[in-house]
Design a protein around this ligand. Structure first.
Ligand code: CA
Ligand code: CA
Length: 496
């Protein structure tokens, strides 16, 4: 016997435990989501994280003023030079670094620590099943293709040019068009929009007016730094003191406009380009928020702003994203929406992989069983300051085992085991006394002359200081414990 449509519908609602009328009322109140992700942006680019930054982002500042800023937001790391790839897999799936479909081990087709049906349990798939309309725009590549395909509407393109047609405005147009179509069709379902940018990732082809504002040029680096270009960050160095294990890495030696140079005019010009791209992103976010407001949707929308990972551009003498200093391991994270106090701030201690569990929690839908993230809704609602005590980071896209770090409270340990045993380095920082992770080289007079920052004696790597031997031993033990817990397949030279 074939059941008629009304009977089928009735059954569906009965199974869901609600009556058709109730379902409708609920649907009208369910929150929307606008998840915004920049490609390669250090939190310290933004004034809300580094008040001395020259980057102007009035829209992002307003988001922060209306919502919560998280100070302890991290991506867990990468087993690939393309840090985007694991980072975006973690955002989509809520899986930890070594439990993703791949783990960077050469020749491994499938990671046995990853369930085979993961794509059906990623962000868009979960929200589709919960009755959301899902839409995505972002760059193409270095991403999680099987998860991206789950979005009902998807307009991806690597839009990294200096024009509106081929730059960040293109991504904005995709979202605005989608919102127009929704309005025209009178669609009342809640939406989940994944609004990704291709910038400020290099090559940082920025718009002329913004380049001018930030004293930068897309093609020519001046001999003397342009006085209108952003100042050097206080943790700038002309070179990193030891190899970080990635000979010939593209991001360190082949980025257009920088190449192998770390001199002041080059770095300030490149930061100017980064900021010009960053301000354009801010403008494009503003256009979408304005549209949501005029549609009457903004108050019922959770807006998340983040980046897939941070970036060096001269900090510690590095240029790329392949390190575990705070400027690169951390990400910006701002959340605004119903129930979140305006202008609030919290440490959080969250990873990007917690986003899936958190957004599910806000939508009152169960997170998929494959998610390993922790919902930070208690932080957003002001009931908790942090969701975990210990944070772990890994980078081994170059030589193995690579770099590892661990943070607990103000203490942070970074270890380097690279170039097949040629580099064995340990750094211990107290981030409350030395938030920029300054090291011995930052005390050099030639460096001070460039940065204008004279560090205090304690603003340095404390790993060799006998006064902190016990602290160091504790952090070493903690790192090993985290590596075991998270099933890190490698061990460092001095670990048993
Ligand atoms: Ca990236
Ligand atoms: Ca719909």
């Amino acid at each position: 016997m074939q059941m008629s449509k009304p009977i089928l519908l009735g059954l569906t609602f009965l199974l869901a435990g609600v009556l058709p009328g109730e379902e409708r009322a609920d649907a009208e109140q369910r929150p929307n989501f606008l998840f915004i992700i920049a490609d390669d942006q250090s939190p310290f680019d933004l004034k809300i994280y580094e008040s001395s930054s020259d980057l102007e982002t009035p829209v992002i500042d307003r988001l922060a003023a209306q919502g919560m800023t998280l100070d302890g937001a991290y991506h867990m790391g990468s087993w690939s030079g393309a840090v985007c790839t694991p980072s975006r897999h973690m955002v989509m799936s809520g899986r930890t670094l070594w439990h993703l479909p791949k783990n960077g081990v050469r020749g491994m087709k499938k990671n046995p620590l990853c369930p085979t049906d993961l794509a059906e349990n990623t962000l868009a798939a979960v929200f589709n099943r919960a009755g959301y309309d899902t839409m995505r725009t972002c760059k193409i590549g270095n991403s999680y293709g099987a998860a991206n395909k789950q979005f009902t509407v998807c307009h991806d393109k690597t839009s990294r040019g200096a024009s509106d047609e081929d730059g960040s405005a293109w991504h904005a147009e995709q979202v605005l068009n989608y919102l127009d179509q929704r309005a025209e069709s009178g669609d009342g379902d809640p939406f989940f929009i994944y609004y990704g940018f291709s910038h400020p990732h290099d090559p940082r082809w920025a718009k002329e007016d913004l380049l001018k504002k930030y004293g930068a040029d897309n093609n020519v680096v001046p001999e003397k730094a342009n006085p209108n270009s952003p100042h050097l960050p206080e943790n700038y160095l002309p070179a990193h003191p030891f190899p970080h294990g990635h000979p010939g890495l593209r991001d360190e030696v082949k980025v257009q406009g920088v190449m192998e140079r770390r001199d002041e005019p080059t770095i300030r010009n490149e930061i100017g380009r980064q900021f010009a791209c960053g301000e354009n992103i801010d403008v494009q976010i503003g256009r979408v928020l304005e549209r949501l407001e005029s549609m009457g949707e903004l108050d019922n929308t959770y807006v998340v702003y983040t980046a897939d990972h941070g970036m060096a551009i001269g900090r510690h003498g590095l240029q790329g994203k392949q390190n575990l200093y705070e400027h690169t391991w951390r990400v910006p994270l701002i959340v605004k929406g119903p129930g979140i106090d305006a202008g609030s701030r919290a440490q959080g201690n969250v990873y990007l992989l917690d986003v899936l569990a958190t957004l599910c929690d806000l939508a009152e839908i169960p997170a998929p069983p494959t998610s390993e993230g922790i919902s930070f809704v208690p932080v957003l609602e002001g009931e908790a300051g942090i969701v975990r005590d210990v944070l772990y980071g890994a980078y081994c896209g170059g030589t193995k085992p690579g770099m590892r770090c661990v943070r607990r409270g103000d203490w942070k340990l970074i270890k380097y085991d690279t170039l097949d045993g040629q580099v064995h380095e340990t750094q211990l920082f107290n981030l409350s006394h030395n938030p920029s992770e300054l090291i011995g080289e930052h005390h050099d007079e030639a460096v001070i002359a460039l940065t204008g920052h004279t560090p205090e004696a304690h603003e340095t790597n404390l790993a060799g200081d006998p006064r902190y031997a016990e602290q160091l031993a504790q952090m070493e033990a903690l790192l090993l414990e985290e590596m075991g817990r998270l099933e890190d397949p490698y061990r460092l030279w001095d670990q048993k």
